[in-house]
Design a protein around this ligand. Structure first.
Ligand code: HEM
Length: 85
C-alpha cells in the first residue's frame, strides 16, 4: 500500500544545497531540512554545513543525543543509495 520510499544517490543529494531546497543524509536517510532551518537552535549557518551532503559525521560531532529521525519524520525524502543501485 502506497508508493515505496525514494532512492537517492549522492549525485542527486548534491543538487539540493540551497536554503530553499536543502537536503541532507543522516544515518542513510535523506531529509529536506529547509522547513527546519529557522528552528535550528544552532542557527541556519551551522545547519547549512550539512546541506547537499552526508551530514552524519558533523551531526554526531555536535549532538549525537538529538533524535533527528523523530524531529524530521515529516521531512523524510528517501534512502541514500550507492551510485548504481
Ligand atoms: C543545537 C538539531 C545539524 C550545530 C541543536 C539542538 C537541536 C539540533 C535539537 C539543541 C540540542 C540541545 O540543546 O541539546 C539539529 C538537527 C540537525 C542539526 C535536527 C540536522 C538535520 C547540525 C549541524 C551542526 C549543528 C550540521 C554543525 C555543523 C549545532 C550547534 C548547536 C546545535 C552548535 C548548539 C546551539 C546552542 O546550544 O547554542 N541542533 N541540528 N547542528 N546544533 Fe544542531
Amino acid at each position: 500500500n502506497g508508493v515505496p520510499p525514494a532512492r537517492i544517490t549522492l549525485d542527486e543529494l548534491k543538487r539540493h544545497s540551497t536554503h530553499e531546497d536543502a537536503w541532507t543524509a543522516l544515518g542513510g536517510k535523506v531529509y529536506n531540512i529547509s522547513p527546519y532551518l529557522r528552528y535550528h537552535p544552532g542557527g541556519v549557518k551551522e545547519l547549512m554545513r550539512c546541506a547537499g551532503r552526508d551530514g552524519t559525521k558533523l551531526f554526531n560531532l555536535t549532538h549525537v543525543w538529538v533524535n533527528y529521525d523523530r524531529m524530521l519524520s515529516n521531512c523524510f525524502v528517501g534512502y541514500l543509495v550507492p551510485r548504481n543501485s
